[in-house]
Design a protein around this ligand. Structure first.
Ligand code: SIN
Length: 292
């Protein structure tokens, strides 16, 4: 990728495929239109950007999020008190499960999936709790021409039902404390979303072809049985998660990630038992996805 030059921010790329740390931004002090344009450029070029040392209130988080688009109020996550626009991503020291442990793309079960999220770290463990991101344009580019041609003819079915609708039942991965995700994620009866999307989408901002299937929400290829879909989906999940397409962000309190669900997948590591991790997430509406 050709390096873009920037006047108002610094951009320190975390890997060739995905992710960049942005410097020179103070959200609380105000972000000019010129600076916002450069932040957006870095976001499009890198799929996910990280801004450290932001000291912001929930209202400032909301105001910054509104500069990216319409806020999408989450159906399932517990909201921050007094701020329904902000979803809480919390794990307490006595809790076993975390939120978002599998590779996924937020809201792919919606017919018009969310553009992305602004995740802000309020409290982080001394070590662990990193978030990993994988670039779906690089993952697509690395496939053979034969596989690319096959995938471009396919659509996949996604749903929220088997994930958020199943929360009240015990989970096999629940661990010794049982299904301790309850209370942090709920509203299972609202998990009625089903959608089909192209398996290879044209990224709405960069125009790059991106793989668009994920372990959490994708069920099968349209017109294929589950049994037929499974081997190819599992190959694509393994392929997309390869280290060469990914980066890993070590959080510090006050850091913010802004990611694009159409360009990246993410997963939150659950390796900090006994410590609190508290993040505030605001999600932004997206647009209908087109085939590449
Ligand atoms: C999420 O999947 O949105 C949560 C990511 C994280 O907590 O790092």
């Amino acid at each position: 990728m050709a390096e873009t030059s920037y006047q108002t921010i610094t951009v320190d790329r975390l890997s060739p495929a995905v992710g960049a740390e942005i410097g020179g931004v103070d959200i609380a002090a105000g972000v000019s239109e010129d600076q916002m344009a450069e932040i957006r450029r870095a976001f499009i070029d890198n799929g996910v950007i990280f801004l450290r040392d932001q000291d912001i209130t929930p209202d400032q988080h909301i105001a910054f999020a509104e500069r990216w688009g319409e806020i999408n109020v989450n159906r399932f996550f517990k909201p921050v008190d007094g701020h329904p626009q902000i979803a809480e991503v919390r794990k307490e020291p006595d809790q076993t499960r975390n939120i978002g442990v599998n590779w996924h793309t937020d809201h792919s079960y919606d017919q018009v999936p969310a553009m992305g999220s602004l995740l802000y770290a309020r409290e982080v463990p001394t070590l662990g709790g990193d978030t990993c991101f994988a670039g779906m344009a690089a993952a697509y580019d690395a496939l053979s021409n034969g596989m690319k041609a096959t995938l471009r003819n396919l659509r996949a079915e996604h749903s929220s039902r088997h994930v958020f609708g199943a929360l009240e039942s015990p989970q096999p991965t629940a661990g010794p404390n049982g299904n301790d995700i309850a209370g942090r994620i709920g509203n299972a009866e609202a998990a009625t979303q089903d959608a089909t999307h192209p398996v290879v989408i044209e990224h709405p901002l960069s125009g790059r072809p991106c793989l668009y299937v994920n372990t959490d929400f994708t069920l099968r290829f349209e017109g294929w049985t589950d049994e037929e879909s499974k081997p190819l989906l599992e190959f694509l999940y393994r392929h997309g998660a390869m280290e060469v397409f990914s980066c890993r962000f070590r959080w510090t309190a006050g850091a913010m990630a802004v990611w694009d669900n159409r360009a990246v997948q993410h997963r939150a590591l659950n390796d900090y038992h006994g410590q609190r991790r508290l993040m505030h997430r605001i999600t932004i509406d997206g647009e209908k996805l087109q085939a590449a």
